[in-house]
Ligand binder design. Structure first.
Ligand SMILES: Cc1cc2nc3c(=O)[nH]c(=O)nc-3n(C[C@H](O)[C@H](O)[C@H](O)COP(=O)(O)OP(=O)(O)OC[C@H]3O[C@@H](n4cnc5c(N)ncnc54)[C@H](O)[C@@H]3O)c2cc1C
Length: 459
């Protein structure tokens, strides 16, 4: 039996750990958050209960495997709890990094550090109750701009329009896209959740505004076409729109955030774009010299995530560097590559969003974790037994460093506490949204379990 460290317990890490464990090795998970699940727990829309419950059940099954070990509340990286060198010193036979893409893209705009400007992932972490984001200021106002036109932008719009505690103050959410409606990235199911907030006449007017510019790139964006392809609800005879409004601004690239006297965003300057058709049929947005200034008090960037450089893995052009295989350029490569020495990092792998940021749904991250884990298993075949610290020794080393790792046993106690709290509050599900409350709940549940075990008759 060999020991594999898995850094990150989102879908990619959990399913990688499962595969490694089922192949007969120890899988030792290190996770930044107390709870496992990553974006499946703290990104997926809070009301997608069925999906969330299903995934939590699958993660619990992974943790139930006897040779899967879990250390939550342990963040790996430079300036975090343990460095990669600290992990290596514990001599695992292999490490697979599945820590997702924890950085966020921004546009580097003047004024973008004004208050009221947020990265999408931080914002969804906040409303999904991930500490410390859960208790930070993500206040929204009356007029909110979301930059980006994918499913994440629609999730955030849904929250602002329907479920946010401050939705009563929301007047309008505007989705801003640098290209036209034919480059929409969200899918029909997602827009279906928010379609009734769109005013048909307003969207038709926006499409008319850009129609000629899109036609020059051979794109038909007449309301008739676009309603049919992307907004089918607007063609329903009995469609009526409800407040707050959801609007769109196409062919617009933000160029500056203009704060008000209180330091909060007050306006957004956007450049109007033309669309240029490339020979391969794709389009390129090109500023046409016109600019507009729009009133917003909140701005959210939903333009994808990037890798956290502090993790300490070598960086490549698109994230953590992986080895490329010139003979199979399209095959995914999971092994970490060290550009400084032009050599692979032996026994070190990446998978999931850590390998390719913001790529696909949970099923894809799971698959990537499993394929990555298979590479690890293949690699281990040629490796000696090794001298990895045992999971107990890892736990002792973490505690010796003054860390407070959360183990599988702690997670089980937290689960009991959360179920009791949900019952008390007549909720389907309850989760604590700060770390001290989670630690207190674990301690209380442990005391209760100890008391109950003492009361059991001895047979
Ligand atoms: C807003 C949003 C909504 C989504 N909605 C859906 C949906 O409805 N349906 C769907 O199928 N998919 C959805 N997805 C996609 C899905 O969440 C991802 O495909 C999947 O979670 C990626 O899995 P991962 O394991 O690669 O990364 P993540 O889920 O990001 O997991 C990374 C894990 O690594 C840990 N970690 C991070 N850094 C460190 C570190 N330095 N040290 C230790 N641990 C670390 C984190 O705590 C986390 O547990 C959504 C994504 C987003 C952003």
């Amino acid at each position: 039996m060999k020991t594999v460290f898995v850094v990150g317990a989102g879908p990619a890490g959990m399913f990688a750990a499962r595969k490694v464990a089922l192949a007969g090795h120890n899988a030792v998970l290190f996770n930044r958050d107390i709870k496992p699940g990553g974006l499946a727990e703290y990104g997926i829309y809070p009301l997608k209960d069925k999906m969330k419950f299903g995934l939590r059940k699958q993660f619990a099954q992974v943790l139930a495997l006897p040779n899967v070990y879990y250390f939550g509340n342990v963040q790996i990286g430079n300036g975090y709890d343990l460095t990669i060198a600290d992990l290596d010193a514990m001599q695992p036979s292999a490490v697979i990094y599945t820590s997702g893409a924890q950085g966020a893209h921004s546009l580097g705009l003047p004024g973008e550090h004004s208050s009221g400007v947020y990265a999408a992932k931080d914002f969804v972490y906040h409303y999904n109750q991930l500490p410390p984001y859960s208790s930070q200021d993500f206040s929204t106002g009356r007029r909110i701009a979301i930059i980006g036109i994918g499913n994440v932008a629609i999730d955030i719009a849904r929250w602002l329009l329907q479920d946010s505690p401050s939705r009563a103050t929301t007047e309008e959410v505007t989705i801003i896209a640098r290209r036209g409606p034919l480059e929409i990235k969200f899918d029909k199911k997602e827009i279906g959740y928010v379609g009734r907030h769109i005013e048909r006449a307003a969207l038709a007017a926006e499409l008319e505004r850009i129609r000629e510019r899109c036609a020059r790139a051979n794109q038909d964006v007449s309301p008739q076409t676009i309603f049919a392809t992307h907004f089918p609800m607007l063609n329903e005879e009995d469609f009526t729109s409800i407040p707050p409004r959801l609007s769109f601004r196409f062919l617009a690239s933000p160029t500056a955030v203009i704060p008000g006297p209180d330091g909060r965003i007050a306006q957004l300057e956007v450049a109007d774009n033309d669309l240029v058709l490339r020979p391969d049929g794709s389009t390129k947005p090109v500023p046409n010299g016109q600019k507009s200034v729009l009133d917003f008090d909140t701005l959210i960037f939903a333009i994808g995530d990037k890798h956290d450089e502090k993790l300490g893995l070598p960086m490549g052009p698109d994230g953590y560097a992986t080895q490329t295989d010139p003979d199979h350029p399209n095959d995914p490569v999971f092994q970490v590559w060290d550009p400084a020495h032009s050599s692979p990092l032996t026994g070190r792998f990446v998978a999931g969003w850590a390998r390719r940021a913001s790529t696909g749904l949970v099923g894809i991250a799971r698959h990537d974790g499993e394929v990555g884990a298979q590479k690890v298993i293949d690699y281990l075949q040629s490796q000696p037994e090794g001298n990895a610290l045992s999971p107990d020794e890892v736990l002792a080393a973490l505690r010796k460093k003054g860390l407070h790792p959360v183990t599988k046993a702690d997670l089980a106690l937290l689960g009991v506490a959360e179920r009791q709290e949900a019952e008390k509050r007549h909720l389907n599900y309850f989760k604590y949204s700060d770390n001290p409350s989670m630690f207190q709940a674990i301690a209380r549940a442990r005391q209760q379990a100890d008391k109950e075990s003492k009361l059991q008759p001895v047979s």
